[in-house]
Structures are given as C-alpha cells and as structure tokens.
Design a protein around this ligand. Structure first.
Ligand code: NDP
Length: 321
C-alpha cells in the first residue's frame, strides 16, 4: 500500500511517499481502508520530533474510511467509519481501535467526516469541561479562524458567551465573525489591553490559547483575577517554563494544559463527546470549513500551507475516492 513515511524528523519535506506492507490489526483493532485523512497541527509536532515517535513512522491520527477486515468478524466490511486516534492515518490502510470507531451518517461529506473528530472533540471539551462556558461569560480565542478555532468560536457563541477572537488576516477576520465571534482582533503586543477595554475594563473569564509561545504572555495578561488560562497547543512553538508566582501576580489565575486524550480517557466519555460533535454537525449547530484538499502524495504541501498560516478551518488528504 502507499503510505507517507517520516524516516528522519524535520521540515515538511520529511514526509515522503512509500510502498509499505498493509498493517495487521491486533484483536482489539480493525483494518480500515482510508478514504480521506485529516491533517492536524499535532501531525507537525510528530514530524518535527517535538512529540516523539520512533522513525520510520507514518503520521496522521484521524480520517474516514471503510472497514476492510475485522479479525473478530463482528463489524461488517464496507461500513463507513471515522476515527481520531489511529497513528498512521496518512496511508491507504490503518488499524483502528474498534471501540474508538464512529459511524458516519450518510449526509456528512467525507472531507468533513475526516476532520470532525479531533478538532471537534477538542472544541467540545474546551467549552464544556475544561471550562464550563455559559451565557454571560467571556473568552479570548487565539488562531480563531483555524481548524479548532472556528469550531470553538461556534460552540462558545452557541453557549451565549462573548467571544473575542485573534487572527492574522482580513479573510480570517471575516471567517471568525461568520462563526459567531463578538469582536475580532489582530495579534499585537497590547492585545490584552485591547481585549480588556472592549470587555468593560475587565479581563476575560477564560483564554483559549492554541498558539503558545507567541501569545502566552498576553494570554496571562488578558484573563480576569481567578480566571483560567487554557494553553491547549503550540502552533508558534512551545511556551518557556514559567514561575508559578506569576499566577499569583496576575490575580490568582488558573493555568491548565489539557489534552483531548485525557478528556476522552474512558469509552463512555469518548462516545458521548464524539456523538455530541456528530449530532451538532447533523443538526447544523456546527459547520466544518474545509479550505484545502490535497492528494496523499502532496502531504508536504499540506504541512507547508498549515505552518505558513495559509489555511483556514480544516485541511485533508484525499487518499482514495
Ligand atoms: P490551525 O488550523 O489552528 O492552524 C494553526 C494556526 O495557528 C494558524 O492558522 C495560525 O492562525 C496560528 N498561528 C499563530 N502563530 C503561528 C505560527 N508562528 N506558525 C503557525 N501558525 C501560527 O491548527 P489546528 O486547528 O490543527 O490546531 C490548533 C491548535 O490546537 C494547535 O496548537 C494544536 O496543537 C492544538 N490542538 C490541541 C489539542 C489538545 O488535545 N490539546 C487537540 C487539537 C489541537 P493565524 O494566522 O490566524 O494566527
């Protein structure tokens, strides 16, 4: 089968197309024929070696496809499924934990199905469980027109929160407003001051920061006393270690660094969260924007565009029709 391999961690060019053996599923897994693979920022951390995987490895965590073989003979071949945590998804076949498969309703497009779970469940955990965002609360979202950013904005606005969003271009600003942002700003050294001014002179209840290194300082400044800074990613690079005393000087604020894995640990929580996302797509509460579809062989360009901040919403790799 064709698969992208990383033999040496590095830049986008580290993603190379190879012929490799079809993997063999373990007893708790099924073999899935991949139709479309989702591309996520976390894939770049693995490719660069920021997150460790022993090379050679095939990156990619999520996608949509059809069951090709169930060693236990329970799940029907040909059933269309989506998944979010099967390492090696940039390939024609991948093994997926049978308990982490989600059935795909007919009216969800394949490209949407390929990218709905990882980013969708992340946005879901951020507004429901990392912080219980509700009517009258306020939040600041960095990278507000990205994959997670647009979904987070829609879910936060749907819960009645005031949503301040930060983006880097006019096009992204329009998309953030269309997703329900109350006000959209550009990155700046006095972002926190601007947000406070527009929030009645107060810091926001919660900052959702997926940009990391470049925005973290302003995130600490932008939150109200006893508010929450949620650092959930590092698109601009990992944040330097900080002195806990800073949480005191910013007003007894809280800092968390959540992962989706910890918020989908048991199968009940995973299933409820995944179904919440699928249902929101079906009933129109959540709209997933696909700004780029690339061939599997063009994974290099997909990563280049993602890291050059050229993408909006989600992007995918078309593996087969
Ligand atoms: P995005 O589509 O949001 O792409 C990243 C965005 O980050 C860019 O479009 C860009 O938007 C912004 N950005 C700001 N500074 C930089 C920079 N220096 N280089 C590149 N991009 C920059 O990606 P995802 O939706 O896949 O992920 C968003 C974040 O969420 C990532 O940090 C990711 O790791 C994290 N994440 C965390 C999870 C968790 O479990 N904790 C799960 C899923 C995602 P702009 O141009 O507007 O600034």
């Amino acid at each position: 089968m064709k698969a992208i391999l990383v033999t040496q961690p590095g830049g986008p060019e580290a993603l190379t197309l190879h012929d490799v053996d079809v993997p063999t599923p373990a007893d708790h897994e099924v073999l899935v024929e991949v139709m479309v693979a989702g591309v996520n920022y976390i894939d770049t951390y693995f490719r660069e070696g920021i997150y460790h995987a022993a090379p050679p490895f095939t990156p990619g965590l999520e996608g949509v496809g059809r069951i090709a073989h169930d060693p236990q003979g329970i799940l029907a071949e040909g059933t269309k499924v989506a998944w979010n945590n099967a390492f090696g998804s940039y390939a024609e076949y991948v093994c997926v934990d049978r308990e982490r498969l989600v059935a795909v309703p007919q009216d969800i497009d394949d490209t949407v199905a390929a990218s709905m779970l990882l980013q969708g469940m992340t946005a879901h955990m951020l507004v429901h469980d990392v912080y219980d965002l509700s009517e009258g609360r306020s939040c600041l979202i960095t990278a507000g027109a990205g994959g997670v950013g647009l979904l987070l904005t829609q879910l936060a606005a749907a819960r009645g929160a005031t949503v301040f969003s930060v983006v880097s271009s006019d096009e992204k600003e329009q998309l953030a407003y269309a997703a329900g942002a109350t006000e959209v700003f550009r990155y700046s050294d006095n972002l926190a001051e601007i947000v406070r001014r527009r929030n009645g002179g107060h810091g926001v209840d919660v900052v959702y920061d997926g940009v990391g290194k470049a925005t973290f300082h302003e995130s600490l400044e932008a939150v109200r006393p006893r508010g929450l800074v949620c650092l959930f990613g590092a698109a601009s690079g990992p944040v330097e270690p900080i002195d806990p005393q800073r949480l005191n000087t910013h007003g007894s604020i809280y800092l968390t660094r959540p992962s989706l894995a910890a918020y989908t640990q048991d199968i009940e929580e995973f299933t409820a969260r995944a179904q919440g996302v699928v249902q929101a797509i079906v009933d129109g509460t959540l709209s997933i924007r696909i700004s780029g579809e690339y061939a599997l062989a063009d994974a290099v360009q997909a990563h280049r565009d993602l890291q050059a901040r050229h993408t909006t919403g989600s992007i995918v790799l078309r593996v087969r029709d």
